[in-house]
Design a protein around this ligand. Structure first.
Ligand SMILES: [Fe+2]
Length: 578
């Protein structure tokens, strides 16, 4: 057995791969600690995957950390030291927190999992991204990997040629501090949203903006592609993320775009500052799409490949993928369901596997979108107590529960789901979801505002079967797998009724989910389609700001904290008593 681990900088997680190359388990630390974006050493996640799979430390052959900690530390210090005294704050922070950074990974393993530290190896950050993406590709050979993120242990973007899993050659890199990911985070911060969390809001806001506005044009000028050197370039004087622990952008950006938005004031389409913010978001989105396309064009030029893996935090920019897929040299783009740093645990686990198994025996199986198949289902006493005190079980039999849930959805109700194993990625795909009739405007609005308290400019994703999706949306075969994990938006067909669906965004796009055969939502559609429901609105089951629910207790807590009344679970369909 092989374990991959991420932590300290972004979301912590752990993954388990067996000697047959199968991803057995994956868990985010935030799922268990209930701290959104938890980046501490993932001791709960490691414990969970060991416990759920009846493993002891002696059963683990190797464990890999997803980056080279000292390299990341030195790159940040080296860059900051060039800008003294402005960077004094960052340098002081780096050295004061040296023991709490990822360089203490070895010590944390020896402290919490005695014996595992002797089996610890380190994978290159972008190699971890690449191997995570490679696992989800049907073909494991002769494909090009593009990684674009905030910052790895050396670079902020890279292109690699995959000859086979044992021979991955890096062809190009963008060195820190020029970073498309950190640019987008800085604009997220400027617009008053939390970094690593509010990027989705910027993407949703961009649809209200005007590409020809002055603000959008100014933002587009902040970065560019130099076609002589084939590098991304940026005027770093507008940014502080490489100099400061507290500021991502400099006062010069405010001189250019006006004052940063107050994060404590809610932004909605009626706000006086809404259009300016939307135009700035539009500029950031346009620039991101432009630079991603430049990187892919260069990747094609230097690798000759027409098939690509795309990972790193920037690959979660689902609004860019549709136009990327239209580039003439693209045959296929694979984006893993968890393309950010949390998913690097999967890549790191496969790094152990590749280092440990003879090349002739390597066989990396395409993982399930819901990998934790061995999760224990022994609901404990207090869970049953909560259910008996607070809920009625309407139907216990799974088939009857799904049928009753379909009837309720048809009547305009909103249902929460806690079914089987949770999703690998950040997007709920039906097992930890809030769902309602995707064509029922009132139900979708209730889901967004009454239950979720979402920003009014963020659209809700529609989920459906492939045959239904073809009737309403322009689907691109190059990214067909991306629709299964909600990794790409698509346009509604021209003059199509879907333009009026409540799940369609203001720009006529939707971040659709095509449900996988035999998944929970696919089974639910067996009951829904005879009732005339062919599209579900699908959002993650959580209260705004919390991590997505992980287990049944989390789902019950959402019911107690919101107006959600129904929960479809492995125990049956539950209805809150009051
Ligand atoms: Fe990364």
């Amino acid at each position: 057995m092989f374990i991959g681990v991420t932590g300290y900088n972004h979301e912590s997680s752990a993954a388990l791969v067996d000697r047959n190359g199968v991803l057995i388990d994956f868990c985010r630390e935030e799922s268990l600690s209930r701290i959104k974006g938890d980046k501490s050493f993932p001791k709960r996640a490691i414990n969970k995957i060991l416990d759920s799979n009846n493993l002891e430390i002696k059963n683990v052959e190797r464990v890999a950390f997803y980056e080279r900690p000292l390299s990341a530390f030195l790159h940040i210090v080296k860059e900051a030291s060039l800008h003294m005294p402005r960077s004094l704050d960052l340098l002081t922070h780096q050295f004061r927190n040296f023991n709490r950074s990822s360089v203490s990974c070895y010590l944390d393993f020896s402290k919490f999992f005695k014996g595992l530290e002797t089996k610890l190896i380190y994978s290159d950050h972008h190699l971890s991204h690449t191997l995570n993406a490679l696992a989800y590709s049907n073909s494991k050979k002769d494909i090009c990997s593009v990684v674009v993120d905030g910052f790895g242990d050396r670079s902020t973007a890279s292109i690699s040629q995959i000859v086979d899993p044992t021979e991955i050659n890096e062809l190009w890199e963008c060195p820190y501090p020029v970073s498309l990911g950190l640019f987008y985070s800085s604009i997220t911060d400027y617009l008053g949203f939390a970094i690593n969390e509010g990027e989705y809001k910027v993407m949703g806001l961009a649809s209200f903006g005007n590409s020809n506005s002055k603000s959008a044009k100014l933002v587009r000028g902040l970065m560019d592609w130099d076609s002589t050197s084939n590098k991304m370039i940026s005027d770093m004087s507008f940014f502080d993320y490489h100099l400061s622990t507290s500021n991502s952008f400099s006062s010069k950006l405010e001189d250019l775009l006006g004052p940063a938005r107050n994060p404590f004031v809610q932004l909605n389409p009626q706000s006086s500052d809404f259009q300016r913010c939307a135009d700035i978001a539009r500029g950031a989105q346009d620039l991101t799409t432009y630079l991603i396309e430049k990187i892919f064009t260069h990747a094609h030029k230097i690798s000759g490949s027409r098939r690509f893996l795309f990972s790193g935090g920037v690959s979660m920019n689902s609004a860019s993928i549709d136009s990327l897929a239209q580039l003439p040299f693209i045959d296929e783009i694979i984006i893993p369901p968890s393309p950010g740093d949390a998913g690097c645990a999967i890549g790191a686990a496969y790094y152990c596997y590749i280092k440990s198994i003879p090349q002739s025996n390597l066989n990396i199986s395409k993982p399930s979108l819901f990998p934790s198949i061995k999760e224990k289902r022994n609901y404990e006493f207090f869970t049953e107590k909560i259910i008996s005190n607070e809920f009625n079980i309407l139907e216990r039999n799974a088939d009857d529960a799904f049928f009753k849930a379909a009837e309720l959805i048809s009547a305009g109700e909103i249902i929460g789901t806690v079914l089987s194993s949770s999703e690998t990625g950040p997007r709920a795909l039906g097992n930890r979801s809030l769902i309602c009739d995707g064509k029922n405007k009132d139900a979708v609005e209730n889901l967004n505002t009454v239950i979720k308290d979402r920003s009014p400019f963020r659209p809700t994703a529609p989920a459906m079967r492939y045959e239904i999706a073809k009737k309403y949306y322009i689907l691109r075969p190059e990214i067909i797998d991306c629709y299964k994990s909600m990794s790409a938006t698509c346009k509604c067909l021209k003059d199509n009724v879907s333009l009026k669906f409540p799940t369609t965004h203001v720009d006529g796009t939707a971040r659709i989910q095509i449900v996988e055969n035999n998944s929970s939502l696919d089974k639910l559609f067996c009951k829904l389609e005879p009732l005339g429901i062919e599209i579900l609105a699908n959002s993650s089951l959580n209260v705004s700001g919390d991590p997505t629910c992980f287990d049944l207790v989390d789902g019950l807590m959402v019911c107690s904290r919101t107006k959600l009344r129904y929960l479809l679970t492995d125990l049956g369909l539950l209805k809150r008593k009051t």
